[in-house]
Design a binder for this molecule. Structure first.
Ligand code: DGL
Length: 272
């Protein structure tokens, strides 16, 4: 099975990484639309056009199923993609449901891009699952830029996150939902700021679980195996993946090294 995965950038790599853990042995085509990142500051029309273009490209390259590894693109374009294309297409949404179900009281913070926060898709989701109105929403657009620059632990990042959270009382919250795939890289900072007791939850597990279900693939529940790559050859051979950066097949060593570094970062922060 050849599975296409796209995002505006390196956020989607965290979804691919989860797929390596949970449904290994498949073929993947990963597409980062680096020419148009960030999506979270574009109009819904622009994002929908990009999403259609990315999907056409991935289907041309042989994708038999597609994961829109981007909450932002899902929130504006998923219906249009499903209308146009005839393969299974899965989207991503902030993991509000598991956060509500996994905590008994206190508030839940959802952080995402401005588009995801603004769109009706999230409002509809809250309407369905947030019966007690425990959820607060906070856009954090700058984190996408920090992530694309591989700036994950700098003082600037810590200051930005601290400042964004400063108008909320930490003790009132029991969960933080990472509603943008780019935010996974910052888990250690979120953990540090939010404390050990806070449930940190992203949408990757749920998305890949759903993907396995839809495609009838066995899902690996085992948490023990680690997916680190020693070099990029090992990354390309161990997990059969073609990487594209906005239609350009990634073959230069520098970018492959970068992808390897990012996968290893995702592995290191996975259980934070
Ligand atoms: N990674 C994307 C998401 O999950 C969007 C980031 C962006 O391009 O703004 O929403």
């Amino acid at each position: 099975m050849k599975i296409g995965i796209f995002d505006s950038g390196i956020g989607g790599l965290s979804v691919l990484h989860e797929a390596y853990h949970r449904i290994p042995g498949q073929e993947y085509i990963f597409y980062a639309d680096v020419d148009h990142v960030p999506y979270g500051l574009k109009t819904p029309q622009q994002i929908t056009e990009f999403a259609i273009e990315n999907t056409e490209f991935l289907i041309e390259k042989g994708a038999q199923a597609l994961v829109v590894a981007c909450n932002t693109a899902t929130s504006v374009a998923i219906k249009e993609l499903r209308n146009r294309f005839d393969i299974p297409i899965l989207g991503m949404e902030p993991a509000v449901k598991p956060a509500v179900e996994g905590t008994e009281d206190k508030r839940i913070m959802v952080i995402a891009t401005p588009v995801t926060i603004r769109e009706d898709k999230l409002k509809d989701l809250l309407h369905r699952v947030d019966e007690e109105h425990r959820v607060d929403l906070l856009p954090m657009p700058k984190l996408v830029e920090f992530a694309e620059n591989e700036e994950f632990d700098s003082n600037e990042v810590v200051d930005y996150i601290t400042e964004q959270f400063s108008r909320f009382d930490k003790s009132e919250y029991s969960a933080l939902v990472l509603g943008c795939t780019h935010f996974n890289y910052f888990k250690p900072i979120f953990r540090e700021i939010c404390g050990k007791e806070t449930l940190l939850i992203d949408g990757n597990y749920g998305t890949i679980h759903h993907l396995a279900d839809v495609l009838g693939l066995p899902f690996n529940y085992d948490q023990d195996k680690e997916v680190y790559f020693e070099d990029y050859h090992n990354m390309l051979c161990q997990e059969k993946t073609e990487y594209y950066f906005s239609k350009n097949f990634v073959k230069n060593i520098e970018t492959l090294e970068r992808l390897k570094r990012l996968h290893n970062r995702l592995e290191a922060v996975r259980k934070v």
